[in-house]
Ligand binder design. Structure first.
Ligand code: BTN
Length: 323
């Protein structure tokens, strides 16, 4: 292993300062070699606090770090992580992993950047480096019937709970699964299933979440800026790293996941859902329907005031009704 990698591993294991001498002794290297490794880690972007008489402490870095995600995780669910600097799409990678013989434990794939990120209806999902959170959860299905739509609804709720708790702001949900802040989309969720071709059984589920976490909205194209936002302002105010937020979100997700079929979370979903009470235009296939969104069923379907119920579709227009 390279000296920088061994120094990094040792620093990652310690939550207290370690002196140059302690590191040198443990790795059986010279203090000069340790000093050089620390400098090279710093130039690679790692933040290392250095205190006289105490030594070095690795701080939560701007890049993704499994160590720092795990430090913010409270869930007891055993999770496997795969972190990437750059990847085509974390959902694509999760589906590749799903095809391999693997563990029954959930796998979390996160990347600093996606070159072919995609969303619902095959739309491109812009995923610039180190400013967003691009994460997929690969789950094994043991159930006879799995309601993937309801899991998407539960994921949006888990995400809103994490945002509210950690960033102290009030996010909203635009039915079905767009998370908004100040009426602009800051996150999208895409759930995909992997089916056994022979039995038709849903073997695995991939839940992909993309969040504009630190993205600067002034870099968006003008037509995008009208509808796309970012958590940047709230994140900078709180100084909460991506690693810490990922940990918090995964905690909320795995609190909800074991009992998402019980529909308990729907009350929270309704609370976050800013679509209710608004006049909306829904596109479903070739159909376009306009009406007033009146409620959400326990299964996450949208009910219009005229009684029509939608289990899928996309709201393409909202006309705000003030009360
Ligand atoms: C949407 O708004 O239509 C859903 C967007 C989902 C984007 C996420 S980013 C992580 C994962 N990988 C992908 O390629 N897509 C999802």
């Amino acid at each position: 292993m390279k000296t920088t990698d061994s120094v990094l591993k040792l620093l990652e294991k310690n939550t207290n300062h370690l002196s140059g001498q302690q590191i040198a002794d443990q790795l059986e290297l010279s203090r000069t070699a340790i000093w050089k490794a620390i400098r090279s880690l710093e130039s690679a972007g790692y933040k290392i606090e250095s205190k006289p008489h105490q030594g070095y402490l690795l701080l939560d870095p701007p890049m993704l770090s499994e160590t720092f995600i795990r430090r913010n995780l409270a869930t007891k669910v055993p999770l496997h992580f795969e972190l990437h600097d750059s990847i085509t799409s974390t959902n694509t990678r999760a589906k590749e992993l799903g095809a391999l013989p693997s563990t029954s434990e959930p796998q979390i794939i996160v990347s600093d950047q996606q070159t072919k990120g995609y969303g619902r209806y095959g739309r491109a999902f812009m995923s610039p480096q180190q400013t967003g959170i691009y994460l997929s959860i690969l789950l094994q299905n043991q159930q006879e019937y799995f309601d993937a739509g309801l899991l998407t609804t539960a994921t949006a709720t888990a995400l809103c709970r994490a945002i509210e708790k950690k960033l102290d702001i009030k996010p909203n949900i635009k039915w079905v699964n767009d998370v908004l802040w100040h009426d602009k989309k800051i996150s999208g969720i895409l759930t995909e299933g992997i089916t056994d071709m022979e039995t038709g059984h849903l073997k695995q589920i991939v839940v992909g979440i993309g969040i504009d976490y630190l993205t600067d909205p002034s870099t968006y194209a003008p037509e995008v800026r009208q509808r796309a936002g970012s958590l940047r302002q709230a994140v900078q105010k709180k100084g909460l790293s991506r690693n810490a937020f990922i940990g918090a979100f995964l905690d909320e997700f795995f609190k909800l996941y074991p009992k998402f079929n019980s529909h308990d979370f729907i009350a929270d979903y309704r609370k976050y859902c800013s679509t209710l009470g608004q006049q909306v235009t829904i596109t479903r296939g070739n159909e376009t329907i306009t009406g007033t969104a009146s409620d959400i069923t326990d299964s996450g379907e949208l009910i219009l005031a005229d009684g029509q119920v939608f289990s899928s579709g996309e709201i393409t227009k909202i006309r705000k009704t003030t009360t």
